[in-house]
Design a protein. Structure first.
Lengths: 118, 118
């Protein structure tokens, strides 16, 4: 095991999907806004914990994706937590600019659905 | 198509995983706490939109799961949004009691990982 890999105690707990990934929720640490959901494998989680920059696995491009490397819309990591089942990550960040590639602050801003409780 | 199924315009946008599911982030609507992550298929999303109660698909039990039916820890739905890729749902709820089966308020309360940016 490489010295650069994820803490073995964390790796032993992590429950990955068949592609080796877990969903990672990015939340603005102070306002509580849910910014986006990305995906992480062990290495992306390791890099997120050790570089201070939220790093995901891009399922569409099949490569690591340091949020903001292209757009400048960096996520500075404030804290990282696993959930009770160790199959989801919550990353609290300080988001520079827009989290969404559309330019919206969050990826959920334009997507509200109609409630129809009758 | 049944009159009880998900709005076809929403169903046409939704991008599901190979099991027909999308991750659903539950957030306390007023405090912004991220409570848990569950999974929804079309029917669970439909029920969430139309019943006012957050409803998930339990991957472990392979059945619909109306949050709080067993525990009493109901999630009253305030709003529902899709993200920009239509592959994630954000459900803002009013959570009664603890969201986590461990008794913690959120499923992330006990799982903080150590940051090691050097």
């Amino acid at each position: 095991m490489s010295a650069n890999s994820l803490d073995p105690a964390v790796a032993a707990r992590l429950k990955r999907d068949p592609d080796g990934l877990v969903p990672a929720i990015a939340q603005q640490y102070d306002t509580g806004e849910v910014l986006m959901l990305g995906w992480m494998d062990d290495e992306a989680l390791h890099r997120t914990l050790t570089t201070g920059r939220a790093t995901y696995w891009s399922r569409s491009r099949q490569e690591y994706w340091v949020k903001g490397d292209t757009s400048g819309h960096v996520q500075h990591v404030k804290s990282v937590a696993l959930d009770c089942d160790a199959d989801t990550v919550l990353v609290k960040v300080d988001q520079v600019g827009a989290a969404c590639h559309t330019g919206d602050r969050t990826c959920f801003d334009a997507g509200e659905l109609r409630l129809d409780a009758s």
